[in-house]
Design a protein around this ligand. Sequence first.
Ligand code: HEC
Ligand code: HEC
Length: 199
Amino acid sequence: MSRRIFVAALIAASLGATAAQATGDPQNGSALFTACMGCHGIDGYRNAYPSFRVPKLGGQKVDYIVAALQAYKAGTRSHATMTAQAASLSDQDMQDIAAFVQSQGEPASGAVASAAGRDKAAVCAACHGEGGISSAPSWPNLAGQHRDYLEHTINQYRSKHRQDPVMQGQVMALTDADVRELAAYYAAQPGLFATHLTN
Ligand code: HEC
Ligand code: HEC
């Protein structure tokens, strides 16, 4: 390999690494995640009241995972269990957890399924991507997320129980039927998965 190509390859590799890697320690993250497995590691595990399946974290954006944990800890996003879970986590713990989740792999990819709701999802694509794989680290992936969780959390934005200036602006004009269709559309896409301990 010529020196110039070699240097270009090195730069590309290190750019790729900084763009895609969390700064945490996945091994410590794996140890911390044992506290989370009982819910996020079981396919289809349900939250009791209200009833919806707990969100899949595998394949989720690392910056978004950290932001969500910070929001629960700060009380700006409220859910009794998750507030309790996040309360004792330090900033570094959150980075480590995000690195562990990332070590489980990328979201599944495949052709965007032409499911019902595709037309309505067109306005969301600017941030969340056509098939629900978003284009920025702090915008969550929606592809393959549980349908009932998506409905639940969009309705939380609509009722302002979950606050975010960007998302509030997106959901206020939606009807209940729109929410059901959008949730079904993203749930039908290849993408997120339940997290499993690998060692
Ligand atoms: C008893 C079940 C339970 C346990 C244990 C639990 N979670 Fe959760 N988690 C949930 C539920 C339910 C939600 C959705 C809450 C909501 O509506 O905001 C959630 C939401 C999340 C979210 C936000 C996901 C998203 O898409 O916005 C993250 C990140 C998360 N949990 C990480 C963790 C981590 C890390 C741990 C362990 C330290 C943990 N959870 C332990 C049930 C649990
Ligand atoms: C301008 C960019 C933008 C657009 C357009 C947008 N979103 Fe979002 N979305 C975000 C951001 C940023 C967040 C994270 C907000 C937070 O932390 O609560 C988010 C969060 C979400 C979540 C929560 C994911 C989770 O795991 O909890 C859902 C569901 C969602 N958006 C659905 C939609 C739908 C449906 C549309 C179209 C009607 C849409 N969004 C349009 C930026 C956008």
